[in-house]
Ligand binder design. Sequence first.
Ligand SMILES: [Zn+2]
Ligand SMILES: [Zn+2]
Length: 114
Amino acid sequence: MEYVDRVIPCVNCGKEFIFSSRDQQYYEQKGFKNAPKRCRECRALLKRERQFVPDGNGGKTELFKATCADCGGPAYVPFKPTGIKPVYCKDCFVASKIRAAEPQTEPPSQAWAT
Ligand SMILES: [Zn+2]
Ligand SMILES: [Zn+2]
């Protein structure tokens, strides 16, 4: 079969990208039936938006990208952020745990001393 470069509009950004004959050959070899719907940049972006971590049972858990409510940096969480509850990145989450574990500034009760 002859492969001809195809121009496909990206469903994500609307920019046209070339699905080259070589790419088509590669897709065919991989057994992919459908042509890509997104341009290279959008596909790369999508890959970064989705992250997976081993779930300990041989499977993988998808991580969702959110914005850390504390430092504003990217946070990856194993649940879909609702937008209602704040989401923290790993660093801020750990920091908040350490803060919570710190002894209270109030002096302990002296009841036992008297
Ligand atoms: Zn695109
Ligand atoms: Zn943070």
